[in-house]
Design a protein around this ligand. Structure first.
Ligand code: KIV
Ligand code: ZN
Length: 512
């Protein structure tokens, strides 16, 4: 069966989702999960866009050896040079250059004539080839470009040394028939097309990104691009997990292989959702909470008699474990370490000790610790920077009664190591807690989003809180996991403020 390479852009196009803001450690953790998932290429970021992105791409390029790491660049020398600095340590450094080819973009955005665009594309691909042996060139807004111009420019760019040609549906405008025809035409009319991989990159504005990507594969695409959970600009990108499972389940229609390890899908999807704060809708294909739930009596009866009556994908295929129970009170450090590794986390000794201590504390209050619980704890520990100055929660108390004013008392340690304590009221428990926290810190806070979810099921489920706020006018987000919802809320608040302080610290370092 023909093979299709998978190019993941969760850390670049996915990270461009409105409100998403993930730091270097978080990106690194996602990158490690993507490596386990078996993606062939991962786009780690856009190095010239910010110092933070540059550093994250560099760290990923230095760490990931099981996949090719790439970074985005505009068609300009300074972007290419910056990308090289970030990517040169990768096991297979790769560059992704884009330049718009549609009349709308060339006229209004680039303000260039088609011939000028062709010259720039050729020059920048040749320039990039002096450093990178693998260069992908994207004809931005390809689906609204003139086909004769596309044929012309693609031939030239391949002659200049491009190794992959990508035809993005930048604004999610195309349809399966149209996108399939585009790939067939490019295959038929570009004389040197056999020298390169041909890639599909679809956005989901009309809800057709996955169908369009598959249509491209049926018409000659040898690489597919997308993101985990379909996150991305506006309505997002094609969801890689949906494409992978569709190719697997409908092999009769789609006889193509990928290197993806399907049982890693759920874990990777959960991690991306937690770190980006982008909730997965319950009814989302493949990874939604209800994707394998059978509600109606007729369906339940059928599934009990024979699962295939109503179930075309087994939960196990994508790594949803029916028995998610992992460890309990008596589990020792060795069993714990083994489970941590099985879950895909590589922890330093210091972080392993911290995780084990947190786990032990949790077993005093929760009888059964599930894989999901453990993943939530490990994600927080793995993505928390040690040895940096930050606010630390020492203790808190919230008094709530249906007929009195909620009051919170909080004790904190400031980044300078000073203990501080105070009390405030609010209209609800969380508000009183947040008013108190705000009174204790120097920064000015405006809370813009608060999400509360349970990790798994049951009354003793862990609480997962995600907040978005402006801290001194800058938008940041924060996460907190704890058994108690108020404790998770307090942790999420301080996590956001500490992330702000960390950003401030790196900006100051940059300017020094
Ligand atoms: O959608 C798009 O056109 C892109 C390019 C940068 C490839 O993401
Ligand atoms: Zn895109």
């Amino acid at each position: 069966m023909p093979h299709v390479n998978v190019f993941d852009t969760t850390l670049r196009d996915g990270e461009q989702s409105p409100g998403v803001n993930i730091n270097k450690l978080e990106k690194l953790e996602i990158a490690k999960h993507l490596e386990r998932l078996g993606v062939d290429i991962m786009e780690a970021g856009f190095p010239a866009s910010s110092q933070g992105d540059f550093e994250a791409v560099k760290a990923i390029a230095q760490t990931i050896k099981g996949a090719s790491v790439t970074g985005l660049a505009r068609a300009k020398k300074s972007d290419i040079d910056t990308a090289w600095e970030a990517l040169k340590d990768a096991s297979e450094p790769r560059l992704h250059i884009f330049l718009a080819t549609s009349p709308i973009h060339m006229t209004h955005k680039l303000k260039k004539a088609p011939e000028e665009v062709a010259t720039q594309a050729v020059e920048m691909v040749s320039y990039a080839k002096q450093k990178f042996s693998h260069v992908e060139w994207s004809a931005e807004d390809a689906t609204r470009s003139d086909i004769d111009f596309l044929v012309y420019i693609i031939e030239k760019v391949i002659d200049a040394g491009a190794t992959v040609i990508n035809l993005p549906d930048t604004v999610g405008y195309t349809t399966p028939e149209e996108y399939g025809l585009l790939f067939r035409t490019i295959r038929d009319r570009v004389p040197n097309i056999d020298k390169v991989a041909l890639s599909a990159h679809c956005h989901d504005d009309l809800g057709m990104a996955v169908a369009n990507t598959i249509a491209a594969v049926e018409n000659g695409a040898t690489q597919i691009e997308g993101t985990i959970n379909g996150i991305g600009e506006r309505a997002g990108n094609a969801a890689l997990e949906e494409i992978a499972v569709a190719l697997n389940i409908r092999q009769d229609q789609y006889p193509y292989t990928t290197n993806l390890v399907l049982k890693e899908i759920k874990r990777t999807s959960d991690l991306v959702s937690k770190l980006t704060g982008m909730q997965i809708p319950g009814n989302k294909a493949v990874v939604g909470r209800n994707a394998f739930a059978h509600e109606s009596g007729i369906h339940q009866d059928g599934v009990i008699k024979n699962a295939s009556t109503y179930e075309i994908i087994t939960p196990e295929l994508v790594g949803v474990e029916s028995n998610n129970l992992v460890l309990g009170k008596h589990s020792g450090r060795r069993a714990f370490k083994e489970k941590v590794e099985q879950l895909g986390f590589q922890l330093t000794d210091e972080k392993l000790t911290e995780a084990f201590t947190t786990f032990k504390k949790l077993t005093d209050r929760k009888k059964e610790i599930t894989g999901d619980d453990l993943s939530a704890i490990l994600t927080d520990i793995q993505t928390t920077l040690t040895n940096v100055k930050k606010y630390e929660l020492r203790a808190f108390q919230v008094q709530y009664g249906s007929s009195n004013l909620p009051t919170a008392t909080v004790a904190l340690m400031t980044p300078e190591g000073a203990p501080v304590e105070t009390a405030r009221t609010g209209q609800g428990s969380v508000e009183s807690l947040y008013n108190t926290l705000e009174a204790l810190i120097e920064e000015t806070i405006n809370l813009t989003d608060f999400q509360l979810n349970s990790v798994g099921k049951g009354r003793d489920a862990l609480a997962d809180v995600y907040v978005k706020m402006t801290v001194n006018g800058d938008e940041v987000n924060g996460r907190g996991t704890a058994q108690d919802i108020l404790e998770a809320s307090a942790i999420a608040f301080l996590n956001a403020v500490n992330r702000f302080l960390l950003n401030e610290h790196s900006i100051k370092k940059e300017m020094a």
